[in-house]
Design a protein around this ligand. Structure first.
Ligand SMILES: Nc1nc2c(ncn2[C@@H]2O[C@H](COP(=O)(O)OP(=O)(O)OP(=O)(O)O)[C@@H](O)[C@H]2O)c(=O)[nH]1
Length: 909
């Protein structure tokens, strides 16, 4: 026989249709179905791989099967399938008890499917909600991301206090001290002080934060939220540590967003009631013949030569107002049935020509009437809308295959047609390898089995290859690998004509059983094998639909919930330790703050008092000292020897200078006294600082030697005491002497009086006339000369003798008077005490500022710690709930057992 000959089997159709179910009328009920037939190329494998990458990425994460253990010995009976098992091949017709049973089973399956679908839907909604709240929390409390780098530093040093907002940047280096470096007084301009840096500052500069880590195992557990960090030569975990915490949080945020999007896509996918089956395989493997056999109609052109070069989609004619026709879609157009500008309409009979000579079209939509009953049809099975997509040979390389690839995401089931004679080509292997990673199960049709003589050897060889290509498919090979002869399947006339407008080419069945009883028996066997395949495919499509549609959602949900759970657990632990840390920090801060406030008030008062007392003491001391020195400046000759009468003026100058110098020296002594007192005051302030601030107190280097540096000889310029002749006469002493000398003689008295007058008055002429009147001219004439001489001599001698005694007093009085006039004592006392006050104010202010800053810092620290406490409490509550909620959701999703049979004892199909 030549089963691959076009037109072969024509005329058999009638006979085959006599078979019990073949004549069943086309289905008129159930959801409209459609079938897709298209083109493809050898790029399938790479395209599919990229789809897998873009898709959930969990094609391989479906619960692992122990393939090796189940690998059967080739040649031995196949192991039983994991689902309903081999079904006895029976012809079933609509309305029969069997048919009712199948419908019931289908309904149960649909209920089972819907139940799981809504469970998964609920889980998706819940997980999206959880992820959104995680995203929100991630903004205020950037989530800690588990990492394994630098495991040797796995014990965070809890003794190192973190800043209140430390968790926002734990990954980057930051000062470990919560206290910022004390400010240095920028206005300490007084030369008495030099600022000094403490060694603590230098230590703080080098302090870095220690990243908090979790075990490598936890880090490995991440699957979806694993951050894909590929930068430079750094390993991911290194990058986690090199990135600032905020960046990690941003990356995580991106991951969560894409996860939410993916969950929404999964939801759309599980809600989609259609299921698409891609029929693909090697060039000329018999894909079109296989599709036609499934449809029981010659719809697609079959040829010995590779012929399918266009992507076609076969749909139920009910989708096209019941009209059977071909819509050939224009290149680069998006098909819209209601817009005829996007396609050309042809009768079904033109399909072969379009497919063979295609240059103008991108794809074909083929509307056909289904000739099979609802319980037999794969397409219109009353449960789900199934579309068959028959792709051209894998090595048929045309650009149009892009369209096929664009649709691959919609494909739930892959049916791979392989030639029994040729086995798997390289492109077939590539495709299956890639598809197996995503779909896990591939339905294999080994076609052209009629051409094989040593069937057992063929089976062995094919199954060995399947094992290597898709172990899971191999494991269920009884259900998933079928050896058939598609060209041996009898066709059914469509309503309205024996040919139904099909291509009319190619086979119509196998050998004529009527002509050859042996051949008839063989044919029946082929038909049985094919029907067995159909049953399996139907089960596969319907039941595996759950896997193909629901399993990715379930797997993804389990993975994301696991990730969320890990992340929540880590963060709950972090929040707990953070809370413990801030609580103990608060316990520390509160009494410190209280003491600091108290110290601030007390110290300020104490310092003020010290300054006041010191300044008052210095003022009083200076005043008393200077007054005393000035008052006694005239006592003695101030160390200046009397040079004699002829140098009295020099003597006077020297005396003045000596007196002023004496006063200046006393001022210097007072300054020295003030200096000593200032040192005491500064030390006292320093002691207070150290006592209340400890290491925080920054001492200012006090240089007492630079106090009172101003030149003191200005006093000589301020005081100008001219020496006068009268300064040499001490009138008060003279007056005292006069009284003592009253009894010693008139002459002396007169002389004194006269002398005094002579010396001291300008109106001596008048007095002389008076004396003349009293004494009389003669007597006077006798007495006057010697008397006068005596008096003058006596007075002169006395005055001269008194100069060393009287001059200092006289000058001292004058100096004192002048100093009083310029308020010298007060000015100096005030100057010295003011200077001391000014000097003492620097450390005092410094101490006050430091105390104030200390209180402020403690207050700020307390505030930040309270803020962190609040945030940690919220985070702890949130992550604690998230741990529970994600675990609960995970257990709910785990309970969705997609591998379990819909209903015990009920077999579908
Ligand atoms: N003997 C035999 N011939 C078959 C069988 N199935 C298909 N053929 C023949 O093999 C040839 C190719 O069949 P097609 O269905 O056109 O193959 P195809 O895979 O669709 O081809 P392309 O899509 O063009 O790659 C045809 O002549 C068929 O009649 C089979 O089971 N047995």
């Amino acid at each position: 026989m030549s089963g691959n000959q076009k037109g072969k089997g024509k005329g058999r159709r009638g006979r085959n249709r006599d078979e019990d179910s073949a004549a069943s009328p086309p289905s008129t009920s159930g959801a409209p179905g459609y079938m897709t037939v298209g083109n493809g190329s050898s790029q399938y494998a790479s395209r599919l791989q990229s789809l897998i990458d873009d898709d959930s990425g969990y094609g391989g994460s479906i619960a692992g099967d122990d393939v090796a253990s189940s690998r059967r010995q080739v040649g031995s009976p196949r192991s039983g399938p994991s689902f309903s098992g081999d079904m006895p091949l029976q012809r079933r017709s609509s309305g029969s008890p069997d048919s009712e049973h199948r419908k019931e089973a289908a309904a149960i399956h649909q209920m089972w499917y819907n139940q799981h679908r809504s469970s998964l839907n609920r889980a998706i909604s819940k997980v999206v909600e959880l992820l959104k709240t995680l995203q929100e929390t991630n903004i205020t409390w950037p989530a800690h991301y588990p990492s394994v780098q630098r495991a040797e530093r796995a014990s965070p040093d809890r003794s190192v206090p973190r800043p209140g907002i430390r968790h926002t940047s734990t990954m980057g280096p930051e000062p470990s001290s919560h206290r910022s470096r004390p400010l240095r007084r920028s206005m300490t301009t007084a030369e008495e002080y030099e600022s000094a840096e403490s060694s603590r500052d230098a230590e703080n500069k080098n302090a870095v934060d220690i990243p908090r880590l979790v075990s490598p195992q936890i880090a490995r557990e991440f699957s979806i939220l694993k951050l894909d960090l590929k930068l430079g030569g750094l390993h991911q975990t290194e990058l986690v540590h090199s990135l600032e915490k905020g960046s990690i949080a941003a990356l995580l945020d991106g991951k969560i967003s894409s996860s939410i999007k993916h969950l929404q896509l999964l939801r759309e996918r599980i809600e989609d009631t259609s299921s698409k089956v891609l029929v693909t395989g090697d060039l000329n493997a018999g894909k079109s013949t296989f599709c036609n056999a499934l449809l029981r109609r010659k719809v697609l052109p079959e040829d010995q030569q590779p012929c399918t070069s266009i992507f076609c989609e076969v749909l139920d004619a009910r989708e096209n107002a019941g009209i059977e026709e071909v819509h050939a879609v224009h290149q680069d157009e998006i098909y819209n049935r209601h817009d005829e500008s996007t396609y050309d309409v042809f009768p079904l009979s033109d399909l072969e020509q379009i497919v063979l000579d295609n240059v103008n079209y991108m794809q074909c939509k083929v509307y056909i009437k289904d000739v099979r009953s609802i319980d037999e049809s794969l397409l219109n099975n009353g449960v789900v809308d199934i579309a068959l997509i028959d792709a051209p040979g894998l090595n048929f390389d045309t650009t149009k295959t892009t369209a096929v690839f664009a649709r691959q995401e919609e494909i739930d089931v892959v049916v791979f047609v392989v030639s029994a004679a040729n086995h798997f080509t390289q492109s077939a292997k590539e495709f299956i390898h890639a598809a197996a990673a995503e779909k896990a199960y591939i339905f294999m049709v080994v076609n052209g089995y009629d051409l094989i003589r040593d069937k057992e050897r063929c089976q062995k060889m094919i199954l060995d290859q399947v094992y290597g290509l898709s172990p899971r498919t191999f494991k269920e090979s009884t259900e998933l690998v079928h050896f058939v002869s598609s060209n041996a399947i009898p066709m059914i006339s469509p309503p309205g004509g024996p040919d139904g407008g099909g291509s009319g080419s190619s086979s119509g069945g196998g050998d004529d059983p009527g002509d050859d009883p042996k051949g008839k028996g063989k044919d029946k066997e082929k038909v049985r094998d094919f029907e067995k395949l159909e049953q399996s495919l139907r089960r596969f499509v319907l039941e595996k639909r759950a896997r193909s549609k629901l399993a990715p959602a379930r797997t993804y949900l389990l993975n994301i919930l696991n990730d969320v759970n890990v992340l929540a657990t880590v963060n709950a632990e972090m929040a707990t330790s953070e809370l413990e840390r801030v609580m103990s920090e608060l316990d520390e801060i509160e009494p410190q703050l209280e003491a600091s406030r108290k110290a601030k008030a007390e110290v300020s008062e104490q310092v003020d008092q010290t300054i006041e007392e010191t300044c008052k003491d210095i003022y009083d001391h200076t005043r008393t000292t200077l007054n005393s020195v000035i008052a006694h400046a005239g006592d003695g000759n101030s160390g200046v020897p009397y040079p004699g009468l002829f140098h009295v003026f020099d003597y006077a100058e020297d005396l003045k200078e000596a007196m002023l110098s004496q006063i200046s020296d006393s001022v210097a002594a007072c300054e020295e006294y003030a200096r000593t007192k200032t040192v005491g005051g500064v030390n006292m302030i320093k002691q207070l600082g150290i006592m209340h601030l400890g290491n925080e107190y920054h001492d200012l280097n006090f240089r007492s030697d630079v106090m009172f540096r101003r030149r003191r000889d200005v006093l000589a310029k301020q005081v100008d005491v001219p020496t006068e002749i009268w300064d040499f006469v001490d009138w008060s002493t003279i007056m005292q002497r006069q009284e003592k000398m009253a009894g010693t003689g008139m002459a002396l008295t007169v002389a004194t009086a006269i002398g005094g007058r002579v010396v001291g008055g300008m109106g001596w002429m008048d007095h002389t006339l008076n004396i003349v009147k009293i004494v009389g001219n003669d007597n006077l004439r006798k007495l006057i000369i010697p008397g006068l001489v005596l008096a003058a001599v006596s007075a002169a001698a006395y005055v001269v003798q008194q100069i060393p005694h009287s001059l200092p007093h006289r000058l001292s009085e004058k100096i004192s008077a002048q100093l009083t006039a310029i308020d010298y004592v007060h000015t100096n006392s005030n100057r010295i005490s003011s200077s001391v006050r000014k000097v003492l104010r620097y450390p005092a202010d410094n101490l006050r500022v430091a105390l104030t800053r200390s209180v402020e810092q403690l207050g700020k620290r307390q505030e930040e710690t309270l803020k962190v406490r609040g945030e940690s409490e919220v985070a702890l509550k949130y992550f604690g709930n998230l741990v529970r909620e994600s675990a609960h959701q995970r257990s709910l999703v785990e309970e969705i057992d997609l591998d379990a049979h819909p209903s015990a004892g009920v077999n579908i199909a």
